[in-house]
Design a binder for this molecule. Structure first.
Ligand code: PLP
Length: 405
Protein backbone atom coordinates (compact mmCIF):
# COMPACT_ATOMS: atom_id res chain seq x y z
CA UNK A 1 0.00 0.00 0.00
CA UNK A 2 1.25 3.48 -0.86
CA UNK A 3 2.24 6.17 1.61
CA UNK A 4 -0.43 8.88 1.42
CA UNK A 5 1.93 11.56 2.75
CA UNK A 6 4.40 10.80 0.00
CA UNK A 7 1.58 10.88 -2.57
CA UNK A 8 0.44 14.28 -1.32
CA UNK A 9 3.82 15.75 -2.16
CA UNK A 10 3.01 15.17 -5.83
CA UNK A 11 0.04 17.57 -5.51
CA UNK A 12 1.37 21.05 -4.67
CA UNK A 13 -2.12 22.51 -4.23
CA UNK A 14 -2.82 20.18 -1.30
CA UNK A 15 -0.33 22.04 0.86
CA UNK A 16 -1.89 25.45 0.37
CA UNK A 17 -3.94 27.26 2.99
CA UNK A 18 -7.41 28.76 2.66
CA UNK A 19 -8.56 31.29 5.29
CA UNK A 20 -5.25 30.56 7.09
CA UNK A 21 -6.27 26.93 7.47
CA UNK A 22 -4.87 23.88 5.74
CA UNK A 23 -6.94 23.06 2.69
CA UNK A 24 -9.00 19.90 3.04
CA UNK A 25 -10.13 19.16 -0.49
CA UNK A 26 -13.21 16.92 -0.54
CA UNK A 27 -14.71 17.92 -3.88
CA UNK A 28 -13.03 15.22 -5.93
CA UNK A 29 -16.20 14.09 -7.67
CA UNK A 30 -16.39 17.54 -9.27
CA UNK A 31 -12.76 17.57 -10.29
CA UNK A 32 -9.52 16.13 -8.96
CA UNK A 33 -6.26 17.96 -8.26
CA UNK A 34 -3.33 17.43 -10.61
CA UNK A 35 -0.01 15.82 -9.77
CA UNK A 36 3.23 17.47 -10.88
CA UNK A 37 3.64 14.75 -13.51
CA UNK A 38 0.52 15.96 -15.32
CA UNK A 39 1.36 19.66 -15.08
CA UNK A 40 4.88 18.92 -16.29
CA UNK A 41 3.55 16.96 -19.27
CA UNK A 42 1.63 20.09 -20.27
CA UNK A 43 4.50 22.55 -19.81
CA UNK A 44 7.04 20.21 -21.40
CA UNK A 45 4.91 19.77 -24.47
CA UNK A 46 4.31 23.50 -24.90
CA UNK A 47 7.97 24.30 -24.23
CA UNK A 48 9.52 21.72 -26.50
CA UNK A 49 7.16 19.83 -28.80
CA UNK A 50 4.17 21.99 -29.64
CA UNK A 51 2.93 21.74 -33.25
CA UNK A 52 -0.40 20.83 -34.81
CA UNK A 53 -0.82 17.08 -35.20
CA UNK A 54 -1.52 14.83 -38.19
CA UNK A 55 -0.92 17.50 -40.82
CA UNK A 56 2.76 18.25 -40.77
CA UNK A 57 5.79 16.66 -42.32
CA UNK A 58 8.07 18.61 -40.01
CA UNK A 59 9.79 17.17 -36.97
CA UNK A 60 7.70 18.82 -34.26
CA UNK A 61 4.40 17.95 -35.89
CA UNK A 62 5.45 14.34 -36.15
CA UNK A 63 6.60 14.25 -32.56
CA UNK A 64 3.35 15.86 -31.34
CA UNK A 65 1.39 13.35 -33.43
CA UNK A 66 3.32 10.47 -31.90
CA UNK A 67 2.56 11.73 -28.39
CA UNK A 68 -1.13 12.16 -29.23
CA UNK A 69 -1.44 8.69 -30.72
CA UNK A 70 0.59 7.18 -27.87
CA UNK A 71 -1.94 8.79 -25.53
CA UNK A 72 -4.77 7.11 -27.40
CA UNK A 73 -2.96 3.79 -26.97
CA UNK A 74 -2.47 4.57 -23.24
CA UNK A 75 -6.22 5.13 -22.87
CA UNK A 76 -6.92 1.92 -24.78
CA UNK A 77 -4.67 -0.05 -22.46
CA UNK A 78 -6.06 1.65 -19.35
CA UNK A 79 -9.63 0.53 -20.06
CA UNK A 80 -8.57 -2.60 -21.96
CA UNK A 81 -10.32 -1.70 -25.21
CA UNK A 82 -9.60 -4.01 -28.13
CA UNK A 83 -8.28 -1.32 -30.48
CA UNK A 84 -7.09 2.29 -30.31
CA UNK A 85 -9.49 2.94 -33.23
CA UNK A 86 -12.31 2.57 -30.73
CA UNK A 87 -10.98 5.44 -28.57
CA UNK A 88 -12.36 8.84 -29.56
CA UNK A 89 -11.02 11.92 -27.79
CA UNK A 90 -13.71 14.39 -26.78
CA UNK A 91 -13.91 17.33 -24.39
CA UNK A 92 -15.28 15.15 -21.61
CA UNK A 93 -18.10 12.88 -20.52
CA UNK A 94 -20.70 15.44 -21.53
CA UNK A 95 -19.43 15.77 -25.07
CA UNK A 96 -19.01 12.01 -25.37
CA UNK A 97 -22.66 11.42 -24.45
CA UNK A 98 -23.84 14.23 -26.72
CA UNK A 99 -21.87 12.72 -29.58
CA UNK A 100 -23.40 9.29 -29.04
CA UNK A 101 -26.92 10.66 -28.54
CA UNK A 102 -26.63 12.65 -31.74
CA UNK A 103 -24.92 10.11 -34.01
CA UNK A 104 -26.40 6.92 -32.60
CA UNK A 105 -29.78 8.66 -32.57
CA UNK A 106 -29.49 9.60 -36.21
CA UNK A 107 -28.49 6.08 -37.22
CA UNK A 108 -30.66 3.93 -34.99
CA UNK A 109 -33.50 5.81 -33.28
CA UNK A 110 -36.85 6.41 -34.96
CA UNK A 111 -40.38 7.53 -34.11
CA UNK A 112 -41.74 5.58 -31.14
CA UNK A 113 -38.39 4.10 -30.10
CA UNK A 114 -37.17 4.28 -26.52
CA UNK A 115 -34.00 5.10 -24.62
CA UNK A 116 -33.80 3.86 -21.04
CA UNK A 117 -31.87 5.62 -18.29
CA UNK A 118 -32.05 5.46 -14.50
CA UNK A 119 -33.33 7.83 -11.83
CA UNK A 120 -29.82 8.57 -10.57
CA UNK A 121 -28.32 9.95 -13.78
CA UNK A 122 -26.32 13.17 -14.07
CA UNK A 123 -27.87 15.84 -16.32
CA UNK A 124 -25.21 14.88 -18.89
CA UNK A 125 -26.84 11.48 -19.16
CA UNK A 126 -30.40 12.83 -19.28
CA UNK A 127 -30.54 16.01 -21.35
CA UNK A 128 -28.72 14.77 -24.49
CA UNK A 129 -31.21 11.87 -24.65
CA UNK A 130 -34.15 14.23 -24.18
CA UNK A 131 -32.86 16.45 -26.97
CA UNK A 132 -32.33 13.49 -29.28
CA UNK A 133 -35.70 11.97 -28.34
CA UNK A 134 -37.41 15.25 -29.23
CA UNK A 135 -35.67 15.30 -32.62
CA UNK A 136 -36.36 11.65 -33.42
CA UNK A 137 -39.85 11.31 -31.90
CA UNK A 138 -38.54 8.85 -29.33
CA UNK A 139 -39.32 8.44 -25.62
CA UNK A 140 -37.17 8.42 -22.53
CA UNK A 141 -37.90 5.69 -19.97
CA UNK A 142 -36.53 5.96 -16.43
CA UNK A 143 -35.72 3.00 -14.20
CA UNK A 144 -36.49 3.65 -10.52
CA UNK A 145 -34.18 3.21 -7.51
CA UNK A 146 -34.80 2.06 -3.95
CA UNK A 147 -34.25 3.89 -0.64
CA UNK A 148 -30.60 2.78 -0.44
CA UNK A 149 -29.98 4.29 -3.83
CA UNK A 150 -29.80 1.05 -5.82
CA UNK A 151 -31.39 0.49 -9.21
CA UNK A 152 -34.47 -1.74 -9.06
CA UNK A 153 -33.10 -4.29 -11.50
CA UNK A 154 -36.39 -6.05 -12.20
CA UNK A 155 -37.97 -2.73 -13.07
CA UNK A 156 -35.05 -1.73 -15.26
CA UNK A 157 -35.11 -5.00 -17.16
CA UNK A 158 -38.92 -4.83 -17.30
CA UNK A 159 -38.62 -1.52 -19.16
CA UNK A 160 -36.75 -3.17 -22.02
CA UNK A 161 -39.09 -3.66 -24.94
CA UNK A 162 -38.71 -4.22 -28.65
CA UNK A 163 -38.65 -0.42 -28.97
CA UNK A 164 -35.64 -0.01 -26.64
CA UNK A 165 -32.68 1.18 -28.68
CA UNK A 166 -30.18 1.85 -25.89
CA UNK A 167 -29.73 1.79 -22.12
CA UNK A 168 -27.59 4.59 -20.68
CA UNK A 169 -26.49 4.16 -17.08
CA UNK A 170 -23.93 5.58 -14.67
CA UNK A 171 -21.26 3.17 -13.50
CA UNK A 172 -21.06 5.04 -10.18
CA UNK A 173 -23.56 7.69 -9.04
CA UNK A 174 -22.06 11.13 -8.44
CA UNK A 175 -24.65 11.80 -5.70
CA UNK A 176 -25.38 8.47 -4.01
CA UNK A 177 -22.05 6.75 -4.62
CA UNK A 178 -23.90 3.61 -5.71
CA UNK A 179 -21.75 1.29 -7.80
CA UNK A 180 -24.24 -0.03 -10.31
CA UNK A 181 -24.06 -3.67 -11.47
CA UNK A 182 -23.23 -2.59 -14.99
CA UNK A 183 -21.84 -5.95 -16.07
CA UNK A 184 -25.12 -7.60 -15.14
CA UNK A 185 -27.15 -4.83 -16.77
CA UNK A 186 -25.12 -5.20 -19.96
CA UNK A 187 -25.47 -8.96 -20.16
CA UNK A 188 -29.22 -8.79 -19.49
CA UNK A 189 -29.64 -6.01 -22.07
CA UNK A 190 -27.56 -7.89 -24.63
CA UNK A 191 -29.74 -10.96 -24.11
CA UNK A 192 -32.56 -8.76 -25.43
CA UNK A 193 -30.42 -7.30 -28.21
CA UNK A 194 -30.07 -3.85 -26.60
CA UNK A 195 -26.72 -2.01 -26.42
CA UNK A 196 -25.57 -0.20 -23.27
CA UNK A 197 -23.72 3.05 -22.72
CA UNK A 198 -21.92 3.36 -19.39
CA UNK A 199 -21.19 6.80 -17.95
CA UNK A 200 -17.90 6.08 -16.24
CA UNK A 201 -17.17 9.64 -15.05
CA UNK A 202 -17.20 8.59 -11.39
CA UNK A 203 -15.79 5.11 -11.86
CA UNK A 204 -12.60 5.48 -13.88
CA UNK A 205 -10.80 7.54 -11.19
CA UNK A 206 -11.53 4.93 -8.51
CA UNK A 207 -11.55 1.38 -9.88
CA UNK A 208 -9.90 -0.56 -12.67
CA UNK A 209 -12.27 -0.57 -15.64
CA UNK A 210 -12.18 -3.24 -18.32
CA UNK A 211 -14.59 -2.37 -21.11
CA UNK A 212 -14.21 -5.75 -22.78
CA UNK A 213 -14.88 -7.64 -19.58
CA UNK A 214 -17.96 -5.46 -19.04
CA UNK A 215 -18.80 -5.93 -22.73
CA UNK A 216 -19.93 -2.26 -22.77
CA UNK A 217 -21.02 -0.93 -26.15
CA UNK A 218 -20.02 2.60 -25.14
CA UNK A 219 -18.00 3.73 -22.13
CA UNK A 220 -17.30 7.41 -21.50
CA UNK A 221 -15.31 9.44 -18.98
CA UNK A 222 -13.63 12.81 -18.32
CA UNK A 223 -9.89 13.42 -18.02
CA UNK A 224 -10.20 16.04 -15.30
CA UNK A 225 -11.85 13.63 -12.87
CA UNK A 226 -8.99 11.14 -13.21
CA UNK A 227 -6.19 13.61 -12.35
CA UNK A 228 -5.80 14.77 -15.94
CA UNK A 229 -6.41 18.22 -17.40
CA UNK A 230 -9.73 19.85 -18.16
CA UNK A 231 -11.00 19.83 -21.72
CA UNK A 232 -10.16 16.24 -22.64
CA UNK A 233 -12.35 13.17 -22.33
CA UNK A 234 -12.88 9.77 -23.81
CA UNK A 235 -15.54 7.97 -25.75
CA UNK A 236 -14.96 4.25 -26.11
CA UNK A 237 -17.30 2.60 -28.57
CA UNK A 238 -17.36 -0.83 -30.11
CA UNK A 239 -16.19 -0.63 -33.67
CA UNK A 240 -19.42 -2.03 -35.10
CA UNK A 241 -21.41 0.85 -33.60
CA UNK A 242 -18.90 3.58 -34.38
CA UNK A 243 -18.63 2.44 -37.98
CA UNK A 244 -22.39 2.53 -38.40
CA UNK A 245 -22.77 5.99 -36.85
CA UNK A 246 -22.51 9.21 -38.89
CA UNK A 247 -19.96 11.88 -37.93
CA UNK A 248 -20.94 14.27 -35.15
CA UNK A 249 -19.26 17.43 -36.43
CA UNK A 250 -17.76 18.35 -39.77
CA UNK A 251 -14.41 20.00 -40.40
CA UNK A 252 -10.74 19.17 -40.69
CA UNK A 253 -9.35 15.79 -39.54
CA UNK A 254 -12.65 13.93 -39.98
CA UNK A 255 -12.49 13.85 -43.77
CA UNK A 256 -10.78 11.77 -46.45
CA UNK A 257 -11.71 13.83 -49.50
CA UNK A 258 -13.73 16.99 -49.86
CA UNK A 259 -15.25 18.54 -52.95
CA UNK A 260 -17.97 21.16 -53.02
CA UNK A 261 -20.37 18.40 -53.99
CA UNK A 262 -19.54 15.76 -51.43
CA UNK A 263 -17.19 14.58 -48.70
CA UNK A 264 -15.95 11.15 -47.79
CA UNK A 265 -15.25 10.63 -44.13
CA UNK A 266 -12.09 9.52 -42.43
CA UNK A 267 -11.57 6.17 -40.75
CA UNK A 268 -12.12 5.57 -37.05
CA UNK A 269 -11.51 7.25 -34.73
CA UNK A 270 -10.82 10.42 -36.76
CA UNK A 271 -14.31 10.41 -38.25
CA UNK A 272 -15.48 11.68 -34.87
CA UNK A 273 -12.64 14.12 -34.21
CA UNK A 274 -13.32 17.22 -36.30
CA UNK A 275 -10.85 20.06 -35.92
CA UNK A 276 -7.53 20.32 -34.12
CA UNK A 277 -7.69 17.88 -31.23
CA UNK A 278 -6.53 18.71 -27.72
CA UNK A 279 -3.21 16.97 -28.28
CA UNK A 280 -1.60 18.60 -25.25
CA UNK A 281 -4.56 17.46 -23.17
CA UNK A 282 -4.39 13.90 -24.49
CA UNK A 283 -0.70 13.64 -23.65
CA UNK A 284 -1.33 15.02 -20.16
CA UNK A 285 -4.23 12.61 -19.72
CA UNK A 286 -1.84 9.78 -20.58
CA UNK A 287 0.52 11.14 -17.90
CA UNK A 288 -2.37 11.04 -15.42
CA UNK A 289 -3.20 7.46 -16.34
CA UNK A 290 0.47 6.50 -15.97
CA UNK A 291 0.46 8.20 -12.59
CA UNK A 292 -2.53 6.30 -11.19
CA UNK A 293 -1.27 3.08 -12.76
CA UNK A 294 2.06 3.55 -10.99
CA UNK A 295 0.21 3.77 -7.66
CA UNK A 296 -1.98 0.85 -8.70
CA UNK A 297 -5.74 1.04 -9.33
CA UNK A 298 -6.35 -1.86 -6.95
CA UNK A 299 -4.43 -0.13 -4.16
CA UNK A 300 -6.31 3.09 -4.89
CA UNK A 301 -9.63 1.25 -4.69
CA UNK A 302 -8.64 -0.52 -1.46
CA UNK A 303 -7.45 2.69 0.21
CA UNK A 304 -10.53 4.65 -0.86
CA UNK A 305 -12.71 1.79 0.40
CA UNK A 306 -11.20 2.20 3.88
CA UNK A 307 -11.50 5.97 3.71
CA UNK A 308 -15.15 5.83 2.61
CA UNK A 309 -16.12 3.17 5.15
CA UNK A 310 -14.49 5.23 7.90
CA UNK A 311 -16.19 8.41 6.70
CA UNK A 312 -19.58 6.67 6.52
CA UNK A 313 -19.06 5.39 10.07
CA UNK A 314 -18.01 8.83 11.42
CA UNK A 315 -20.74 10.75 9.61
CA UNK A 316 -23.52 8.27 10.39
CA UNK A 317 -22.82 8.85 14.10
CA UNK A 318 -23.61 12.57 13.82
CA UNK A 319 -26.87 13.66 15.46
CA UNK A 320 -29.60 14.53 12.98
CA UNK A 321 -27.64 13.56 9.84
CA UNK A 322 -29.38 12.06 6.82
CA UNK A 323 -27.10 10.27 4.37
CA UNK A 324 -28.39 9.83 0.83
CA UNK A 325 -27.04 6.62 -0.68
CA UNK A 326 -26.30 3.75 1.68
CA UNK A 327 -25.67 0.98 -0.79
CA UNK A 328 -23.05 -1.48 0.51
CA UNK A 329 -19.69 -1.07 -1.20
CA UNK A 330 -20.59 2.42 -2.38
CA UNK A 331 -18.03 4.67 -4.05
CA UNK A 332 -16.10 7.51 -2.45
CA UNK A 333 -19.03 9.96 -2.35
CA UNK A 334 -21.16 10.91 0.66
CA UNK A 335 -24.18 13.18 0.25
CA UNK A 336 -25.88 14.38 3.41
CA UNK A 337 -28.03 16.93 5.21
CA UNK A 338 -27.97 17.69 8.92
CA UNK A 339 -31.17 18.60 10.76
CA UNK A 340 -32.84 21.59 9.13
CA UNK A 341 -29.54 23.19 8.10
CA UNK A 342 -29.57 24.34 4.50
CA UNK A 343 -26.90 22.64 2.37
CA UNK A 344 -25.52 26.03 1.32
CA UNK A 345 -25.07 27.15 4.94
CA UNK A 346 -23.32 23.90 5.83
CA UNK A 347 -21.05 24.13 2.77
CA UNK A 348 -20.21 27.78 3.39
CA UNK A 349 -19.34 27.25 7.04
CA UNK A 350 -17.29 24.11 6.31
CA UNK A 351 -15.42 26.17 3.73
CA UNK A 352 -14.48 28.67 6.47
CA UNK A 353 -12.86 25.74 8.26
CA UNK A 354 -10.81 25.05 5.14
CA UNK A 355 -12.99 22.12 4.07
CA UNK A 356 -14.02 22.19 0.40
CA UNK A 357 -17.24 20.26 -0.22
CA UNK A 358 -19.90 20.69 -2.89
CA UNK A 359 -23.46 21.81 -2.23
CA UNK A 360 -26.57 21.82 -4.39
CA UNK A 361 -28.26 19.41 -6.76
CA UNK A 362 -25.00 18.04 -8.22
CA UNK A 363 -26.44 18.16 -11.74
CA UNK A 364 -29.02 15.57 -10.75
CA UNK A 365 -32.17 17.64 -10.25
CA UNK A 366 -34.59 14.81 -11.09
CA UNK A 367 -32.93 12.69 -8.37
CA UNK A 368 -33.31 15.58 -5.89
CA UNK A 369 -37.03 15.79 -6.76
CA UNK A 370 -37.34 12.07 -6.14
CA UNK A 371 -35.62 12.39 -2.77
CA UNK A 372 -37.89 15.35 -1.96
CA UNK A 373 -34.98 17.71 -1.33
CA UNK A 374 -33.43 20.71 -3.04
CA UNK A 375 -29.86 19.67 -2.63
CA UNK A 376 -27.27 18.05 -0.39
CA UNK A 377 -23.80 18.63 0.92
CA UNK A 378 -21.43 16.24 -0.83
CA UNK A 379 -18.01 15.13 0.36
CA UNK A 380 -16.07 13.09 -2.18
CA UNK A 381 -12.72 11.46 -1.62
CA UNK A 382 -9.52 10.65 -3.42
CA UNK A 383 -6.54 8.47 -2.56
CA UNK A 384 -4.71 11.66 -1.48
CA UNK A 385 -7.21 12.31 1.31
CA UNK A 386 -6.38 11.11 4.81
CA UNK A 387 -8.24 9.64 7.77
CA UNK A 388 -7.35 12.89 9.63
CA UNK A 389 -9.20 14.84 6.95
CA UNK A 390 -12.24 12.61 7.44
CA UNK A 391 -12.04 13.38 11.17
CA UNK A 392 -11.80 17.09 10.39
CA UNK A 393 -14.89 16.81 8.19
CA UNK A 394 -16.90 14.99 10.87
CA UNK A 395 -15.76 17.42 13.58
CA UNK A 396 -16.50 20.36 11.28
CA UNK A 397 -20.04 19.16 10.59
CA UNK A 398 -20.66 18.76 14.34
CA UNK A 399 -19.28 22.24 14.97
CA UNK A 400 -21.53 23.81 12.32
CA UNK A 401 -24.56 21.88 13.62
CA UNK A 402 -23.91 23.21 17.15
CA UNK A 403 -23.89 26.78 15.82
CA UNK A 404 -27.40 26.23 14.48
CA UNK A 405 -28.78 24.76 17.69
N1 PLP B 1 -21.61 12.00 -15.43
C1 PLP B 1 -21.33 11.93 -14.12
C2 PLP B 1 -21.76 10.74 -13.33
C3 PLP B 1 -20.64 12.98 -13.50
O1 PLP B 1 -20.36 12.92 -12.21
C4 PLP B 1 -20.24 14.08 -14.29
C5 PLP B 1 -19.55 15.24 -13.68
O2 PLP B 1 -19.78 15.59 -12.56
C6 PLP B 1 -20.54 14.09 -15.65
C7 PLP B 1 -21.23 13.03 -16.18
C8 PLP B 1 -20.15 15.23 -16.54
O3 PLP B 1 -18.77 15.30 -16.64
P1 PLP B 1 -18.10 16.52 -17.41
O4 PLP B 1 -18.67 17.77 -16.81
O5 PLP B 1 -16.65 16.36 -17.13
O6 PLP B 1 -18.42 16.38 -18.85
Amino acid sequence: MFDVNEIRRDFPILSRQVYDKPLIYLDNAATTQKPRQVVEAITNEYYSVNANVHRGVHFLSQQATELHEAAREAVRAFINAGSADEIVFTRGTTESINLIASSFGEAFVNQGDEITITAMEHHSNIVPWQMMAARRGAKLRVAPIDERGEILMDELLGLISDRTRLIAVAHVSNVLGTVNPVKQIISSAHAKGVPVLVDGAQAVPHVAVDVRDLDADFYVFSGHKVYGPTGIGVLYGKRRWLEAMPPYQGGGEMIKDVTFERTTYNDLPYKFEAGTPDYVGSNALAAALRYVTSIGMDDIAAYERRLTDYAMQRLAAIDGIRIFGTSPGKGAVISFLVGGIHHLDMGTLLDRLGIAVRTGHHCAEPLMHLLGIEGTVRASFSFYNTMDEVDALADGIVRVARMFR
